[in-house]
Design a protein around this ligand. Structure first.
Ligand SMILES: Cc1ncc(COP(=O)(O)O)c(C=O)c1O
Length: 405
């Protein structure tokens, strides 16, 4: 459905949205009418360079033709299955992901938060099954982001912020330690702790990568204390960091990993992967009506094949290095952080990231801003060097316009 199909003008349509929808957060001043590859188009056909990828989702390019084909074909054959019958897209996707990542078992969910919720539930159930019901505590990192359900917003290490405020009482059993500080995690864990849960790069928190030393130390700590290591790879998985999964960049493998975003190419699907032994704790104890829905699974199968067949993790690695090196030369930049194509540019305090984002929109490029002065850039992983140069040029002009150079 496109704007022309509604008979409304831009203003009439946006007023309709404002009237009927809960307006929970500011939107771009843009109607995303169509999209293709590295571009999003408004209702007039004006082209915007996509450097936000639908929040790190459209990794094989917007409306990737193979993903589109898979969705259309599957819709003609079987839209819904539930978890009672076997369905072919779900089974084939399970095989593809388990074999690619060398995990024994997978369980599908419908989003990132739901995948994390399942990961938390599985860790607790495993704790109860193996050590008794007091072993349920989970330590997460300060400044993390794990989702907006009750358990995942509690797991999100941002006490006192809008993510948690007003939603109390929060779920018991979560505590926070300082990211990249092994001693802080050691102090936070006790005999009732069953798991440590981490993002390899804190994405929503402002793009802060973990250090290899920290990740390896955490793995050893988990092994030593018989705790599970849980990685939230909702944003970092499937190529974003320059490797198939983010954990490969640290030489550390988690006991359970969650994923979503890029794996669906825009369709709502998430998953957790783990060992056969840990997965046993979920038998008869968890479920979902829609999870692993045939259309989402068919889209995800096509999307993951595209990511692997076209070596998009390798492209993310190369283009991320290229972009971040050049980004340090932009005016008013305090720090450039990131891994692969999960990139953050922290500007000098007097330059507002929200205003730079707005100036980028004016110059037909889409990015997101975080906190007061950090820009987040998460383009599709198909991005070329020429598109990186184009984006850097727009950023330079946008930053200079805001700083009034
Ligand atoms: C690391 C991480 N975990 C979980 C989530 C929540 O995913 P969803 O919005 O699909 O529920 C996000 C979303 O940005 C995320 O970045």
């Amino acid at each position: 459905m496109r704007l022309k199909d509604t008979g409304m003008t831009h203003e009439e349509f946006t007023a309709t949205v404002e009237k009927y929808m809960m307006n929970l957060a500011p939107r771009f001043d843009l109607i995303a009418d169509t999209a293709k590859g590295m571009s999003v188009f408004d209702e007039n056909g004006d082209e915007y360079l996509d450097f936000y990828g639908g929040i790190a989702v459209s990794s094989a390019g917007n409306c990737n033709p193979k993903v589109v084909d898979a969705i259309c074909m599957q819709a003609l054959e079987l839209i819904h299955g539930s978890n009672y019958p076997y369905t072919v897209p779900q089974g084939m996707l399970a095989k593809l992901i388990c074999e690619t990542l060398s995990y024994e078992k997978i369980w599908f969910q419908n989003s990132g938060a739901e995948a994390n919720e399942a990961m938390i539930k599985l860790a607790r159930k495993y704790g109860t099954d193996h050590y008794g019901e007091n072993r349920y505590k989970i330590v997460t990192a300060l400044n993390s982001f794990h989702g907006r359900t009750m358990a995942t917003l509690t797991a999100t290490g941002q006490p006192g912020t809008g993510i948690q405020n007003g939603f109390g009482p929060l779920v018991p059993g979560f505590s926070y330690a300082e990211f990249n500080n092994l001693e802080s995690f050691k102090d936070a864990c006790d005999e009732d702790t069953i798991a440590i849960m981490l993002e390899p790069v804190q994405g929503e928190g402002g793009v802060f990568p973990a250090t290899e030393e920290f990740m390896k130390g955490i793995r050893e700590l988990c092994d030593e204390k018989k705790m599970l290591l849980l990685f939230d790879e909702v944003q970092t998985g499937w190529g974003r960091l320059g490797s198939t999964m983010g954990y490969e960049r640290f030489g550390v493998k988690p006991d359970i990993v969650s994923m979503a975003k890029a794996m669906g190419g825009g369709m709502p699907i998430g998953a957790i992967c783990t060992s056969e032994e840990i997965a046993k704790s979920f038998i008869g104890a968890h479920g979902s009506t829609y999870a692993g829905n045939p259309i989402c699974a068919a889209a995800s199968y096509a999307q993951i094949k595209e990511i692997l067949d076209y070596h998009l993790p390798q492209n993310a690695l190369a283009k991320g290095k290229y972009f971040m090196k050049k980004a340090t030369e932009l005016p008013h930049v305090k720090e450039v952080r990131g891994l692969g194509l999960l990139m953050g540019i922290e500007l000098e305090p007097e330059v507002s990231a929200a205003e730079v984002k707005h100036e980028c929109m004016e110059r037909k490029m889409l990015i997101t801003a975080m906190g007061h002065n950090t820009l987040r850039l998460v383009p599709p992983l198909i991005v070329s060097e020429a598109e990186c140069d184009h984006a850097l040029g727009i950023l330079k002009d946008a930053i200079s316009a805001v700083a009034k150079d």
